[in-house]
Design a protein around this ligand. Structure first.
Ligand code: ZN
Length: 149
């Protein structure tokens, strides 16, 4: 295992064991519940969007280290961003999962998930939180449910 792989693994485990933004909020305007039945990952993402800005993001759920660390990183990365910027980050993350060479100046921890693209079965684990974000931003207010196919 290379030193970079080792570093990446440590970043992932740190987010898994000490998740950022885990919990719920009372004034969330959007809730998205998304399942990834292939692995058994579930996420409930709450967003507070106002004036075109993601003011706050929280998540609850359960699943593998990839899905939960990705949710931790995603919520941290998009907080305070304009919704367009959040969607651009989601696009960049999709590119990373396709094996493209992407760097995240906005939030470097995301690069730790780059190794996932070598394991097609785990890509859905990593993109679950980002797809929940997309759904939440695009559909706006209210509660949304979905299953990853
Ligand atoms: Zn998973």
């Amino acid at each position: 295992m290379s030193q970079l792989d080792d570093l990446y693994r440590r970043v992932i485990m740190d987010h898994y064991k000490t998740p950022r933004n885990r919990g719920t909020m009372e004034d969330g305007s959007v809730t998205v519940n998304l399942n990834n039945p292939t692995c058994g990952d579930r996420i409930s993402l709450q967003l507070q969007i106002a004036d075109g800005i993601v003011k706050d993001a929280r998540f609850t759920g359960e699943g593998c280290s990839i899905s939960m660390s990705s949710a931790s990183m995603m919520t941290d990365a998009v907080k305070g961003k304009r919704t367009e910027e959040a969607l651009e980050l989601a696009e960049k993350f999709s590119a990373l999962m396709k094996g493209e060479d992407v760097s995240f100046d906005e939030y470097e921890d995301l690069e730790a998930l780059s190794g996932v693209n070598k394991f097609p079965a785990r890509i859905k684990c990593a993109t679950l939180a980002w797809n929940a974000l997309r759904k939440g931003v695009e559909h706006g207010h209210g509660q949304h449910e979905g299953i990853e196919q």
